[in-house]
Ligand binder design. Structure first.
Ligand SMILES: *[C@@H]1O[C@H](CO)[C@@H](O)[C@H](O)[C@H]1NC(C)=O
Ligand SMILES: *[C@@H]1O[C@H](CO)[C@@H](O)[C@H](O)[C@H]1NC(C)=O
Ligand SMILES: *[C@@H]1O[C@H](CO)[C@@H](O)[C@H](O)[C@H]1NC(C)=O
Ligand SMILES: *[C@@H]1O[C@H](CO)[C@@H](O)[C@H](O)[C@H]1NC(C)=O
Ligand SMILES: *[C@@H]1O[C@H](CO)[C@@H](O)[C@H](O)[C@H]1NC(C)=O
Ligand SMILES: *[C@@H]1O[C@H](CO)[C@@H](O)[C@H](O)[C@H]1NC(C)=O
Length: 516
């Protein structure tokens, strides 16, 4: 290097030193900080029930739907008032509908597909739909519903669990004997126990997800209701609150149809993509990381409403085409947000459920999904969820560890299984302290690949009448234990009508404090 060049280098260095020292210190720090999203440890909150509907988080969203208790996926059992027995799909499906069961279980349970507030298809256990055969008997043989599988539900005024069902031929279904259900009863009824066309119904399950709200309202009204919800449920103040509460990221559940916004396939409606764009703007402003979480995959990776399922069927991953379609959704999200400062991670799939979601389909998808993210960003973390429904919690550990920047997501709830039914406060706390910490240690690799993420947990349990101090201890032990996850954790969720599930409420009411 010549001495003239050395002088130039010195001059440039001097200028750099001078100019940076001219900047106010905080300004310099802010610029540096804004160049990258937060790094682990991540302390995040889920924005559940915002861009992906879950009725239990905000039930009032469903109040405006006519006949909101017969949405898609509602599970009904029908007791003939004359036979005093339940309707059943013989062998679970593929044959006749009988009226001979004294007890009702899965073959006696029928899932609704809603056409409109009064018109429905009825799906049997094995997947076929009710239809009327040439002899006038109701059979479950059609694998896709058409006009001849389309029925009208007529309910008794003031006693809506009493139903009659009108067949496509205009006549009503009746159970004249236990061996058949036939479409040959006239219109007249007194709704009494002597009318074979009257059924007493019991609802044994319902879904309140995105499919249900969209199809329940119909395109026009659903667009209005959801647009209003997206605009008002999570606003800039919420991001400000999250940032000022000691959190550094948000995990945002989305559904696969967001990739075809503004015109997703029916019944889904457009507009959620704009809301997600807005979330990135606010995250930038408040220096929060964003974890984009594909929570509902095409075909549904689990039977719950938050996977966008129509009726609880789980079909995700059953074909290469379905996996490729899911990868395209990830590709779309990665491409759109790769250059956003606040993009912290893309989560490929939430809670795939075994055995339907097979280990091989999940691995194939994670491989292809990872590559899709990496085509657009080398820095965003790629999060892979453990499968639920299996005790093999390390089945993905080595596989996930072979990708750079990968994270394994595990969800820890002291709920939902009989293990927690009768636990006391102290037993719940000990379970977290002992069992959860050992579970987490089992999936946490010393070399940090993959990192571990407790992507969902909540300070809620089955303890009746727990005190505020009990809740505080329960939250604290979880923070302590899940704080050992090498990527971090995310509370489920920011807002919820069930107060312990609302981190906002828990913080504002002094149950949880995250500021250090
Ligand atoms: C249906 O909406 C009404 C209000 O119109 C509400 O009281 C009821 O709880 C809703 N039912 C369901 C199942 O959402
Ligand atoms: C509901 O759908 C059926 C079948 O398509 C149709 O005949 C009926 O008019 C519809 N009812 C309403 C209220 O839209
Ligand atoms: C990201 O890319 C889009 C499209 O190329 C561009 O409009 C936008 O300004 C970029 N944003 C940032 C923060 O660089
Ligand atoms: C999971 O359960 C199966 C069947 O009960 C058992 O054979 C297996 O050892 C268990 N695996 C683990 C990791 O506990
Ligand atoms: C919980 O306790 C009740 C009442 O003692 C008992 O009947 C039930 O079997 C227990 N359930 C479990 C899962 O332990
Ligand atoms: C929790 O861990 C303890 C040992 O620390 C063990 O005795 C107990 O069986 C575990 N409980 C469950 C439900 O796995």
């Amino acid at each position: 290097m010549s001495s003239a060049n050395t002088t130039v280098v010195h001059l440039v260095l001097l200028l750099l030193v001078c100019s940076s020292s001219l900047l106010p210190r905080s300004e310099g720090r802010r610029r540096l900080a804004s160049a990258a999203p937060p790094r682990p440890p991540i302390r995040a909150v889920n924005l559940g029930g915002w861009l992906l509907t879950e009725g239990w988080i905000l039930p009032s969203l469903f109040y405006g739907i006519l006949n909101n208790d017969t949405l898609d996926g509602t599970q009904l059992q029908f007791k003939s008032v004359t036979q005093n027995t339940y309707l059943a799909a013989d062998q679970g499906g593929g044959g006749a509908i009988l009226a001979d069961r004294t007890q009702a279980s899965s073959w006696e349970t029928f899932r609704l597909w809603r056409i409109n507030a009064t018109t429905y298809n009825f799906r049997v256990f094995a997947g076929q739909f009710w239809g009327v055969s040439s002899t006038g008997a109701v059979v479950a043989t059609a694998t896709t519903p058409g006009p001849s599988e389309t029925f009208q539900i007529v309910r008794r005024d003031g006693d809506p669990s009493r139903m009659r069902i009108r067949a496509p031929n205009g006549l009503f279904l009746q159970a004249k004997n236990k061996q058949s259900l036939t479409a040959d009863h006239g219109v007249d009824t007194d709704w009494s126990d002597s009318d074979p066309s009257v059924f007493e119904t019991t609802t044994v399950g319902r879904l309140q997800g995105e499919y249900q709200i969209c199809n329940g309202y119909g395109l026009t009204d659903a667009t209005k209701v959801l647009q209003d919800h997206w605009n008002t449920y999570i606003v800039e103040d919420d991001f400000s609150f999250v940032a000022s509460s000691g959190l550094n990221a948000v995990r945002i559940p989305v559904g696969w149809w967001i990739a075809s916004d503004p015109n997703p396939p029916l019944p889904f409606v457009g507009g959620s993509l704009k809301a997600l764009d807005q979330a990135f703007d606010w995250a930038d402003k408040y220096k929060l990381g964003v974890i984009v979480d594909l929570h509902a995959a095409p075909g549904s990776q689990n039977p719950w409403e938050h996977s966008g399922s129509r009726d609880g069927s789980q079909d995700w991953g059953t074909s290469d085409a379905n996996i490729a379609q899911t990868v395209q959704v990830i590709e779309f999200l990665a491409a759109r947000y790769a250059n956003r400062t606040s993009l912290l991670a893309v989560e490929l799939l939430n809670e795939p459920l075994a055995p339907g979601a097979t280990l091989s389909s999940v691995k194939k998808y994670y491989q292809d999904g990872y590559n899709a993210v990496r085509r657009h960003t080398s820095t965003a973390y790629v999060i892979m969820s453990n499968r639920l429904g299996t005790n093999e919690t390390t089945e993905l550990l080595q596989f996930a560890g072979s990708f750079s920047g990968s994270v394994l997501d595990v969800h820890y709830y002291n709920l939902f299984t009989s293990t927690f039914t009768n636990l006391t406060v102290q037993q719940n706390i000990d379970y977290v302290k002992n069992n959860r910490s050992s579970d987490l240690a089992t999936v946490t690799k010393q070399n940090g690949s993959p990192l571990t993420f407790v992507g969902e947990w909540v300070a809620e349990w089955n303890v009746p009448e727990a005190s505020k101090a009990d809740y505080q201890r329960f939250a604290q032990v979880q923070e302590d234990v899940y704080g050992r996850a090498t990527f971090g954790w995310a509370y489920w969720t920011l807002k919820n009508v069930n107060l312990a599930w609302s981190l906002e409420w828990m913080i504002k009411n002094g149950v949880i404090s995250l500021k250090t």
